[in-house]
Write a protein that binds this ligand. Structure first.
Ligand code: FPP
Length: 254
């Protein structure tokens, strides 16, 4: 065997396809910062909107694969509280794309047994958006497959502030505030902790994403831009996660 073939074996061993991973080596909750749409478009001299459109195709593939693998929850960062500062043109393209996605994908998501929840402050979205969100959440609310969370107008600090306001408005006394009651006041109430955060395009920032739920998450930052992030790339990220030794601040958990 040639040395180049040995390297092939080593690489295969390091990045085992997720299909071969034991179910207990898979994360329960994956959260993804879908970064790089703009750069993807720029490299092709296309408008940024087309980068986001191409990003929707990756979203579709990763949602489908997450369901197929039996991952319990997938949270996608689609629009942050900071994204309003982008150009009017880009914000309106993203908002339009959001509506289009809800309208086009709702039935298919429902058929695939996916349960959809939107996290973030939806009060700043249009009535049309809120109507679609309510319709999709109701349509899929009783499904038992993948829990898909779309973060729309989401910011982690904003989520925490809204949770504190909720506790105060509900008259919860300070001795009743603990990690459980606080978590239950967040948009992510009832979801398992995030095990794995993936941020595409090589950037290594959390960008105000799920600060409470992802406190002990593993972080993987593939170089691939989001529109090029394929199921094979996803498998590689999951294999990296499976190889991590999680300590949760203490002794190795596995
Ligand atoms: C980050 O890439 C991506 C976003 C801000 C939006 C993500 C949106 C999608 C994948 C499209 C689907 C959206 C909805 C709402 C259904 P970037 O624009 O920051 O890329 P760059 O860093 O290369 O400029």
């Amino acid at each position: 065997m040639k040395p180049s073939q040995w390297w092939g074996l080593i690489r295969r061993k390091r990045a085992a396809p997720a299909a071969e991973l034991a179910a207990d080596a898979l994360p329960r909750h994956v959260a993804i910062i879908m970064d790089g749409n703009g750069r993807w478009a720029k490299r092709r001299m296309l408008p940024r909107e087309l980068g986001h459109r191409a990003g929707v195709e990756s979203m579709r593939a990763i949602i489908r694969e997450s369901g197929r693998l039996g991952i319990a929850a997938l949270t996608l960062y689609a629009f942050s509280t900071e994204n309003w500062s982008r150009s009017d043109e880009e914000v309106s393209a993203l908002m339009g794309l959001m509506l289009e996605c809800f309208r086009k994908e709702a039935e298919e998501l429902n058929r695939s047994n996916v349960r959809v929840r939107v996290i973030g402050d939806t009060s700043r979205l249009s009535a049309e958006h809120r109507g679609e969100i309510a319709r999709v959440s109701k349509l899929t609310g009783r499904n038992s497959g993948l829990q898909l969370n779309l973060a729309l107008n989401y910011g982690g600090r904003d989520e925490i502030v809204r949770a504190v306001r909720k506790l105060v408005d509900d008259g919860v006394s300070s001795d009743k505030v603990n990690e459980k009651t606080f978590a239950d006041a967040l948009d992510t109430a009832g979801l398992p902790d995030v095990d794995l955060v993936i941020r595409t395009s090589g950037e290594m920032r959390m960008s105000n994403f799920l600060p409470y739920l992802a406190a002990y998450a593993e972080y993987v930052a593939p170089e691939t831009l989001w529109p090029d992030y394929s199921v094979e790339e996803y498998h590689k990220s999951l294999a990296v996660y499976a190889g991590r030794s999680r300590r949760f601040g203490g002794r190795p958990a596995k």
